[in-house]
Unconditional design. Sequence first.
Length: 208
Amino acid sequence: MTIDIFAQRVRRLRSQAGLTLRELGERAGISVSALSNIETGKVSPTYERIVALAQGLDVDVGCLFGDENVKQPMCRRSITLKGEGVRHSTPQYVYEALCADIIDKQFVPLIATIKARSKADFDTLIRHEGEEFLYVLVGQVTVYTDQYSPMVLREGDSCYWDSTMGHACVSSGDSDAKVIWVSSNPRLESRRAKPPGTARDHVVAPEI
């Protein structure tokens, strides 16, 4: 997925929600200038920003990677062939979203290439709702958090953490690391915390 396609999707979802840039910015905790840069394709948002946008738009994170208009059957299955996931690049990571054709999943599965080489490559540690799991496929990864000492993970190692804790992952080997990265769906998490009627319901009709 190119940055232009992502920008168009954000603009369309904002328009469908009847929100101004300022209103979405307030909901998502993103400045109007940053949001404008995202919508015009000038910058590629981090996963943290993508999560914030999804929450501000009251849509599933998958809607920003896939097609939110696809009807979802009750007995769902999705297959992503090698290299055919939806790609999204940021200065720190290259994400490949897997099974992006299914929205409202319990978790968001990704293959990620970690381009960041230093904690200094991040303006600040990343934090958002949910929990995450990372498994190293290739290379070496150092996981930084604001609560624990840095942890070095090598091929076959894994880590699970609370996403509200500040975190950042960098490649600390000779080449960019490649990992399986799974995040819980923050939209579903936030819905569990809200009383009924405080968020727009998303009802999916089964295919007949």
